[in-house]
Structures are given as structure tokens and as C-alpha cells.
Ligand binder design. Structure first.
Ligand SMILES: Nc1ncnc2c1ncn2[C@@H]1O[C@H](COP(=O)(O)OP(=O)(O)O)[C@@H](O)[C@H]1O
Ligand SMILES: [Mg+2]
Length: 307
């Protein structure tokens, strides 16, 4: 992914989806890493205390990091290390299949991949450029289908929650909703239920495994999605939720196919535009960009999704 600001060029972030750099993110001094890592591995029953001594010796002799020394001695598996690292850095790391979420949720299943590094850089940009007490809502838009809006929204939501932000993801794509699949939620209640007055905010699901992440699925799809999104109840709901959450991300339908997206953008006040390399048509991207520019909403940046 590549993030560029609309007005000025900002940090460029590239995704490298083919690479799997598991241990590339250790930033703390090696000594500190060693101690914490050892303690975590012992606490979680992966290492015996007497093994720690052997590891520390090899670590010192060969100038290795603790995790690498433990691996070399075959005392732990790469997965054990990754799990310990995730604890060390307070990332919600899930083992494959754990939690029952879709594999799309790389922020949880592959927190050390370069792609998730890129997403964390995107999060920093968004914290700098948009989120504060006045701006809590951001819509994720793109012109066409299959461009990664839902993927980006879901992973960003996980990553914001990892920062300790009270995070809510709303699936407002009432044409082709997908967040209930990604987060393994029921289809029977959600945004539409609240807007139609059939449910209260208990339709919002708190997602276990993550520090502070909630998801409001789309809910049953009505014949008139646009009418529902245009109702004042939607604005009212967002105002209400803005008092309870720090970060609210909204997934939207394809912008060039439905006018829903612009209705949502207007309510959200801010938009992040996604395009997909070798997929999004330039004309469609330009058309959506000018629609966004003509709206009252702020365009916070654009992400080029390469995969
Ligand atoms: N950066 C990415 N890396 C890998 N797969 C991706 C990426 N972005 C999107 N996908 C995949 O592409 C498909 C379409 O993405 P999705 O987010 O559903 O698109 P949209 O919401 O724009 O229609 C999904 O299967 C998703 O998992
Ligand atoms: Mg989608």
C-alpha cells in the first residue's frame, strides 16, 4: 500500500505481501528484548528456567538475540517466538484459525508482516492528519468492487484498537456487506436494524481478543439502502457514537456504482480513498476524487492497494 496525501506528499508506504519478515520489528535494545522475551516464554510455559541459562550463554557467546539463540538451541518454535513478541509489543496476535475470523485479518494473524507494518504507518498518518476530539469518523471509499475497502477498514480497525483507541468499525456497505464475514458475526442485526428502529446500540458487537474493538455489522439488507442511509437517524447515531469511541471507521459500497458512498462520506466528514493497482480504472478514480473534492468532507489521503 502507498499512502499519499492529497495536498502534500506524505510518507510512502509499500506493501510487500510476498515477504514474511517475522522478526523484523524488534526495536528495543537487545538486552531488554532478551529479558522480556525470556520471561514471557517462561511465563507461558514454553521455556524452563534452566533452559534460559543455556540460551543466555549462547546469546552472549554468539552475539545473538535471545529469540534467535533459543531457536538455534531448538528450545522453542518460531511460532512461540512470534507469540512472545506479540505479547512484548502488546499486539493481538492470533494463531491461524484462532478467533474464527477470516484470513483477511492480517493485522491479527500476521502482525509482523511488512504489510501490517505498512498499515501501522498508515495509522500514524491518520492519527496525525485526522483523528482528534473533533474528528472521530473516517469513511473508507473507493470507486469499484474488489479494491480492498473492506480489507483495509477491518485491518485498520484492529490496528487502531491495538493502540488503545476505543475503536468502532461500521459496515455501511449495504450493497455487498462483508465485515460480518471477516469478524464472524451474525447477519441478523446491525446498522440497518438500528436505523430502522428495530434494535438499539446492543447491535454493536464487542470483538473479544482485541483491546477495544467493536463492530457494527450491516444487518439485514433492505430494498432501499440509500433511503435508510439518508435518514437523520444515521447522523444522530454517528454523533452519539462519537461520544463513546475515539476512532470510528466506516466501510462503504463502491463509489462509482452507488450514490450511498457520498451520502456516507457527507455524514462521516472525512474520507480515505483506496484505489487498487492494475484494477481501478483511472477515469473512475478521477470521477470519485472530484466528487469528494466537491463535497464538504475532507479527503484525508489516498491508499494505493497493491496485491
Ligand atoms: N492488500 C491486500 N492483500 C491481500 N488481499 C487483499 C488486499 N486487499 C484486498 N484483498 C482481498 O481482495 C478481495 C477484495 O477485497 P475487499 O476488501 O472485499 O474489496 P472491496 O471492499 O473494495 O470490494 C478480498 O478477498 C480481500 O481479502
Ligand atoms: Mg467491501
Amino acid at each position: 500500500m502507498r499512502l499519499t496525501g492529497t495536498k502534500e506528499k506524505s510518507t510512502i508506504i509499500e506493501s510487500a505481501l510476498e515477504a514474511e519478515a517475522l522478526f523484523a520489528t524488534e526495536a528495543a535494545p537487545p538486552q531488554l528484548i532478551g529479558r522480556n522475551m525470556g520471561a514471557i516464554l517462561v511465563d507461558s510455559g514454553k521455556l524452563k528456567l534452566e533452559d534460559v541459562e543455556r540460551i543466555l550463554r549462547v546469546q552472549k557467546e554468539q552475539g545473538l538475540r535471545f529469540g534467535d539463540a533459543a531457536l538455534k538451541l531448538k528450545l522453542v518454535s518460531a511460532e512461540d517466538i512470534q507469540h512472545a513478541l506479540s505479547k512484548q509489543f502488546a499486539y493481538a496476535y492470533l494463531r491461524p484459525g484462532e478467533g474464527g475470523f477470516a484470513n483477511d485479518l492480517v493485522a491479527a494473524y500476521k502482525p509482523f508482516s511488512p504489510q501490517v507494518e505498512a498499515l501501522r504507518a498508515l495509522r500514524s498518518q491518520l492519527m496525525l492528519r485526522w483523528f482528534n476530539d473533533e474528528h472521530k469518523v473516517l469513511s473508507i471509499v473507493s470507486p469499484g468492487a474488489q479494491e480492498g475497502r473492506s480489507y483495509l477498514a477491518a485491518n485498520l480497525a484492529v490496528i487502531f484498537s491495538q493502540l488503545g483507541e476505543r475503536t468502532l468499525l461500521i459496515d455501511a456497505d449495504l450493497r455487498n456487506p462483508r465485515q460480518h464475514i471477516i469478524f464472524n458475526l451474525s447477519r441478523s442485526t446491525g446498522l440497518t436494524s438500528i436505523l430502522a428502529g428495530r434494535a438499539g446500540q446492543d447491535a454493536i458487537a464487542r470483538i473479544p481478543y482485541f483491546a477495544d474493538l467493536s463492530v457494527l455489522a450491516a444487518g439485514p439488507i433492505p430494498p432501499n439502502p440509500l433511503e435508510l442511509l439518508g435518514r437523520p437517524e444515521f447522523s444522530g447515531l454517528l454523533d452519539d457514537l462519537s461520544r463513546r469511541y475515539d476512532v470510528i471507521l466506516i466501510d462503504t459500497p463502491a463509489g462509482s456504482l452507488f450514490t450511498d458512498a457520498m451520502t456516507i462520506v457527507a455524514r462521516a466528514g472525512g474520507a480515505l480513498m483506496v484505489t487498487r493497482k492494475d484494477h481501478t480504472r483511472l477515469g473512475a478514480a478521477k470521477a470519485l476524487a472530484s466528487q469528494l473534492a466537491a463535497s464538504d468532507a475532507a479527503v484525508i489521503g489516498s491508499v494505493l492497494n497493491k496485491y
